[in-house]
Design a binder for this molecule. Structure first.
Ligand code: NDP
Length: 494
């Protein structure tokens, strides 16, 4: 059985989608399509146009034409459209959640929560769209006034991954539209449904033709062409560090602006004075949300050596509460991984952990019983006795695999935390303010939580990575600035 993408000719589609270009619903110029099959059971979920580079060129032309008027549109118009999109997302929360649950494999409740969080992002940037302003600057000389004004960057290429197909999209689309940019969105081939649906909502909300275009197809062709395209001014990308590097290189062709949100290997550090039960729940949520397929997953768990045994006993018990199954079943708490490639990757890393001498405490197997053999389910897996130089402590697994390490004191915890090419997120569990602040200041990561995990996604908190976890910030005012140029106006007075 194949459960990822395959040519569509053979079977009748579950739902046939088209792409959005210049306000029209169209097929790929080639007429080719592809299908998405559910990772939970292999059933067809949707059929999509297989776009190629010529489709990109048409969409870019449309976005460029639309930019002329949209870039100078009244802020109130953009505000009203963003508010209307937020309202539509809320009104369609169940339908959008179902599409996401089927394509990603995440449990429906979590998918619906993602839809609600995406609506909040649109509301947040609706507000900011009314408040775009520069500064007045006291000049070095008495007979002059300095002003800065903000202007939209231009046409934006939005390239998104499959793990949070609506939230990570909203983090880009909402500020881009608020700023007055036009855009071409290219979702991951594994999860295009919510992006096409969001394109419909933006159109229905009153955005002029060409303001938001949606293309479905392979990243290696159309994503690459977008990154190279001379008439795209910025790429906003979330995905792997490897493809992020490729995008950055391609963007050099016309010195595009790039914002990249890439991988992570985030430390979730538990001190001996922490509230252990809360930390166990946080460690569990930190790694197993979305079957571990989260860029900021707390995949490294340094625990103080004095509490490790107690902590692991509770963690193992917690792990036994996982109910794997159909993402649409309300009792399911963990779904499958997204496709066969991801399953192979996870299995590769589980083997690496075993071969390098880590101790497999829990899990480590694909789930083939209880009717789950048609899907791509992996047991929640915990390795302890991990040292930070092991492959499973250094490389992003993107699956339900936790690496447990121990430390003696805060200095050692900090060394472990920062011994990584990534710097996306981290968490510290402690009741000591001094320890919390020392760690929060010392950890080289874009987000540090104290006594919580995954509380990102707040629309007003900037989000992004240090080191090879990316460049630029999403959300908050900084997220809006990623779509704006600053113009300095110097006025000489007579
Ligand atoms: P990728 O980085 O390959 O894909 C992300 C997006 O980029 C997709 O839309 C993809 O399209 C597109 N893309 C692929 N190649 C190019 C290219 N040459 N130019 C422009 N765009 C391109 O991530 P995957 O989804 O394949 O996941 C692989 C690994 O990446 C995971 O195992 C995980 O480690 C990491 N990852 C990190 C994420 C994060 O949130 N930071 C999210 C997802 C993955 P298409 O789908 O058509 O290939």
């Amino acid at each position: 059985m194949t459960t990822d993408i395959k040519p569509a000719e053979a079977a009748a589609p579950a739902k046939v989608y088209q792409m959005l270009i210049d306000g029209q619903w169209v097929d790929a110029k080639s007429g080719k399509t592809f299908e998405r099959l559910s990772p939970a059971n292999g059933e067809r979920v949707g059929t999509y146009p297989l776009a190629d580079v010529e489709d990109v060129d048409v969409a870019v032309e449309a976005a460029r034409r639309a930019f002329e008027k949209w870039s100078v549109s009244p802020a109130k118009q953009r505000h009203d459209i963003l508010r209307a999109v937020a309202a539509k997302l809320r009104a369609e929360i169940a339908a959008q959640g179902q599409i996401m649950a089927k394509e990603v494999g995440k449990p429906l409740g979590m998918a619906m929560a993602e839809v609600a969080m995406s609506a909040d992002v649109f509301d947040y940037y609706a507000g900011l769209s009314l408040d775009l302003h520069g500064e007045s600057i006291t000049q070095y000389v008495p007979d002059a006034i300095g002003l800065t004004i903000k202007e939209p960057i231009g046409v934006v290429g939005v390239i998104t991954p499959w793990n949070f197909p609506l939230l990570l999209l909203s983090w880009k689309i909402a500020p881009a539209l608020a700023a007055g940019c036009t855009l071409i969105a290219k979702p991951a081939q594994l999860t295009p449904g919510n992006t096409v649906e969001l394109g419909r909502m933006v159109l229905e909300a009153g955005a002029p033709a060409g303001v938001m275009n949606v293309l479905t197809g392979p990243g290696s062709k159309i994503g690459q062409h977008m990154a190279e395209h001379p008439d795209i001014d910025k790429i906003a990308f979330t995905g792997s560090t490897e493809v992020g590097r490729t995008v950055m290189r391609a963007a050099a062709s016309n010195i595009k602006k790039v914002s990249l949100e890439l991988g992570g290997k985030s430390p979730n550090i538990v001190f001996k004075d922490a509230n252990i039960d809360a930390a166990v729940a946080g460690a569990f949520f930190g790694i197993y949300l979305n079957s571990g397929q989260v860029c900021q997953a707390g995949s490294r768990l340094p625990v103080h050596e004095s509490i490790k045994d107690e902590f692991m006993e509770k963690m193992i018990n917690y792990t036994k509460t996982v109910k794997m199954g159909d993402p649409l079943d309300p009792t399911t708490t963990m779904g499958p991984v997204v496709d066969q490639n991801q399953l192979n990757t996870v299995e590769h890393y589980i083997n690496a952990g075993k071969n390098e001498g880590a101790n497999l405490l829990v899990g480590g197997e694909r789930v083939m019983d209880n009717g789950l053999d048609k899907g791509l389910f992996v047991q929640p897996t915990i390795f302890d006795m991990v040292s930070n130089d092991m492959t499973i402590a250094q490389e992003e697994i993107f699956g339900p695999v936790l690496s447990v390490l121990t430390f003696k004191d805060a200095d050692e915890a900090l060394r472990i935390a920062n011994d990584s090419m990534y710097g996306l997120a981290a968490a510290v569990w402690t009741n000591d303010l001094n320890t919390a602040l020392k760690m929060a200041k010392g950890i080289k990561a874009g987000t540090v939580w104290v006594n919580s995990y995954h509380s990102a996604g707040l629309p007003n908190m900037p989000y992004g990575g240090y080191k090879q976890s990316g460049t630029g910030r999403e959300l908050g005012h900084e997220g809006l600035n990623e779509y704006l140029e600053t113009k300095a106006i110097q006025i000489k007075l007579n």
